[in-house]
Design a protein around this ligand. Structure first.
Ligand SMILES: Nc1ncnc2c1ncn2[C@@H]1O[C@H](COP(=O)(O)OP(=O)(O)OP(=O)(O)O)[C@@H](O)[C@H]1O
Length: 313
């Protein structure tokens, strides 16, 4: 396993003013016994509502925060005591901690990072040119970082996190605030990285398109605890979201009644009907075709919005 956490915990003591002189101490269990095992090559979405404990977990996995309790190994290393070694094995893109030098052009930051990580010149040049090409960074490589758009800077951050060839990449909200084109560029790049090199990705996101595109597995946390660990399909199944079949019929007719589906919406005097699927699609399609002359049909996947809303409510 590339990430291994057992009963991982982090408590924060929060002091709040109560009256003029008195202060009260309150303990917040930000991460409250998380178990997590991630195999090399996985793409895992670490999801949850605001304040669920996502960032705190990532900080413990990357050696930024000391856990209050629990066992944690990342790339076989103990993150805090072996942080220097771990830094060479992992990459991290956390919005609030930039790896770039603001007054320097991107190209200079990349050159400095080569020295920081002591990467060989040939390896560095190869990886850099690959990132520049895939992320289309050529036009702004010589621009000082502070003048870059958010989307351009995020591409720079991704490159900076990858120049030392990590096998594991942590990303905290990698597409937040980006324009549509940059969002797509980042998603495409990450998917390519995973496919081409088997890089393990662990990301937090609130973006549903990120989830659909990049997270083969979803680990959902709430109040510091894991409440779901599985595929998106499993999440849909668990929360009862169903695929829908929309059929266009040749002529008006009564609501369809076929095994393996329930008719939800009837429009245009029955010419168009929406059925929620409970059984296998081919059997339902065959039954519909037998019941009425079909003109057209399409399958609508369950909306991830629905399932996430149910999860948070
Ligand atoms: N340094 C800190 N001191 C005190 N409390 C903290 C600290 N950091 C986080 N917390 C609290 O711990 C809980 C979890 O916070 P965390 O930032 O991990 O959540 P999150 O899931 O990343 O949220 P978001 O989606 O908003 O980023 C929250 O209640 C937060 O207020």
């Amino acid at each position: 396993m590339i990430v291994e956490a057992r009963d991982l915990r982090k408590e924060f003591v929060v002091r709040t003013k109560a009256g003029r002189f008195r202060r009260t101490r309150r303990t917040v269990a930000a991460v409250d016994g998380v178990d997590l095992g991630i195999e090399p090559g996985e793409m895992v979405g670490y999801l949850g509502p605001n304040g669920a404990g996502k960032s705190t977990t990532l900080k413990m996995l990357t050696g930024i925060l000391v856990p209050s309790a629990g066992h944690v190994r990342v790339c076989g290393l103990a993150p805090v005591p072996e942080r220097t070694r771990l830094t060479r094995r992992i990459g991290a893109v956390f919005g609030q901690r930039s790896q770039l030098w603001w007054d320097l052009p991107l190209a200079d930051s990349f050159a400095l990072l080569r020295a920081v990580y002591r990467v060989g010149a040939a390896d560095h040049a190869r990886r850099l040119s690959e990132c520049v090409e895939l992320l289309e960074m050529e036009p702004f490589l010589r621009t000082p970082v502070r003048q870059l758009s958010l989307g351009q800077r995020m591409r720079g951050e991704l490159t900076a996190a990858l120049l030392h060839d990590p096998s594991l990449l942590f990303l905290d909200e990698p597409t937040i605030g980006l324009d549509v084109v940059s969002k797509e560029a980042v998603r495409g790049f990450l998917a390519e990285l995973n496919q081409r090199y088997g890089t393990t990705l662990v990301l937090t996101t609130h973006d549903l398109a990120d989830i659909e595109r990049l997270c083969g597995r979803l680990v959902v946390i709430d109040h510091g605890r894991v409440v779901h660990d599985g595929t998106l399909a499993a999440l849909h199944a668990r929360y009862g979201s169903r695929r829908r079949l929309v059929v266009e019929l040749d002529s008006p007719g009564p609501p369809l009644s076929v095994p393996g589906a329930s008719t939800e919406v009837v429009e245009a005097e029955g010419r168009r009907q929406t059925l929620a699927l409970d059984g296998p699609l081919p059997a339902v399609v065959a039954a519909v075709a037998a019941a009425a002359p079909l003109r057209d049909l399409r399958v609508v996947e369950p909306a991830i919005e629905d399932v996430i809303r149910k999860l948070w409510s």
